[in-house]
Design a protein around this ligand. Structure first.
Ligand code: ZN
Length: 156
């Protein structure tokens, strides 16, 4: 498969998640939630989490509106963080953030390999700081929710 074909495939995955977001709903009994705001692009997302007593993410969902990148990223995030502990989620975000911002291979941690492969479709934002904010908005909101903060903005 050529680089061009791969790029088209990634584009397809992003558009699919953007048009048919997974877990686009409110969790009524969520015990963590936070709003994320990306004023530069106009993306607004609320992330809902249901975290068990053992610290495992039992359910993750989001509401809001934004561009295809922010919506696709939120959609994929809610899929990959489910069933993970806070530490695992933090490690995944660190690796994802690195993938979006640095020109190097993502984390060598084999435990994250499968998830990073799925998130790889968003690596195209690298080199576009505005798009990086779109791609990481849901993750910042999720981290804020975990930390008990009600809101996060990319303007800082
Ligand atoms: Zn955006």
């Amino acid at each position: 498969m050529s680089i061009g074909d791969l790029r088209d495939l990634y584009q397809e995955v992003i558009l699919d998640h953007g048009r048919h977001p997974r877990n686009l709903r409110r969790i009524d009994d969520a015990n963590r939630r936070a709003r994320g705001n990306n004023p530069l692009c106009g993306d607004r997302i609320t992330v809902y989490l249901k975290v068990g007593a053992d610290g495992v993410v039992e359910d993750a969902a989001f509401e809001g509106r934004g561009c295809a990148i922010s919506t696709a990223s939120a959609s994929m995030m809610t899929e990959v963080i489910r069933g993970k502990t806070r530490d695992e989620v933090d490690a995944l975000f660190a690796a994802f953030h690195k993938m979006c911002t640095r020109d190097e291979a993502p984390g060598a941690d084999p435990a994250l390999a499968d998830d990073m492969e799925r998130l790889q479709v968003l690596a195209g934002v690298r080199g576009y700081p505005m798009r990086v904010k779109c791609a990481t908005l849901a993750w910042h909101a999720m981290e804020a929710a975990m930390a008990g903060e009600p809101e996060v903005t990319t303007e800082s």
